[in-house]
Design a protein around this ligand. Structure first.
Ligand SMILES: [Fe+2]
Length: 223
């Protein structure tokens, strides 16, 4: 990733709380990831959660294709620069992988309420980054992710009436959305029955390397 592109992403994250990177992964990689995601029909989905969205948790345990994304150089460049804020200048292990899951919306569904994932509104220095990777083309009808620009700086939680300020993020398969996890966000109304595959993961800041990171390095040997 060129330094000018990285600078632009970091600038967007600071000012708007999010950045959209088109064609982050090639089509072949997206197709491979898609082929690995088969919902487990035995698992009952909560119909109250986002129109019965199908969830596949712990993708890092399914296939090394997912683990390789955690080690993607560009993603790590973003994290390394972003989490310098508030970190001790001598500390090298300033962030760690947290979790990775897929969300599939098979039916029409109402919009998800705006929320934050960091659990702390308006927090600075930032505590978490959140990545959403579109695995299929996401248009207006498909229930795209929506965000309220610059809301990561607001020291309150979102209300229903804030939805009118939300901006939908459309994009082709392979689009990567990076957000400060204190940004107000949620999926918008899904108006068709096309299956939308959404793949998310979170990276959060820590002071020291922990057992989770070690476990991933150990697991790499067994794939
Ligand atoms: Fe969320």
């Amino acid at each position: 990733m060129k330094s000018s592109k990285l600078k632009n992403i970091l600038n967007n994250l600071d000012t708007k709380g999010y950045s959209v990177i088109k064609n982050f992964f090639p089509v072949k990689k997206i197709e491979k990831l898609n082929s690995l995601l088969t919902p487990n029909k035995k698992i009952k989905n909560n119909p109250l959660f986002h129109g019965g969205a199908e969830m596949i948790y712990n993708l890092q345990n399914i296939n090394y294709e997912f683990v390789s994304i955690i080690f993607n150089l560009s993603i790590n460049k973003i994290c390394r620069e972003y989490f310098k804020k508030g970190s001790h200048y001598l500390d090298k292990d300033i962030y760690q992988f947290d979790s990775m899951h897929s969300r599939i919306l098979p039916e029409k569904s109402n919009s998800q309420d705006l929320h934050i994932d960091s659990r702390i509104c308006g927090v600075y220095p930032p505590t978490h980054l959140h990545f959403f990777l579109y695995l299929s083309d996401v248009n207006e009808q498909d229930g795209p992710t929506q965000v309220v620009p610059s809301s990561h700086k607001i020291k309150r939680f979102p209300k229903i009436s804030d939805k009118k300020k939300a901006k939908k993020i459309l994009g082709n398969a392979g689009t990567l959305i990076v957000i400060n996890s204190s940004l107000w966000h949620g999926s918008s109304k899904k108006k068709n029955k096309n299956t939308k595959k959404n793949y998310n993961f979170i990276i959060f800041k820590v002071a020291h390397k922990t057992d989770i990171c070690s476990a991933i390095f150990v697991a790499k040997k067994y794939y």
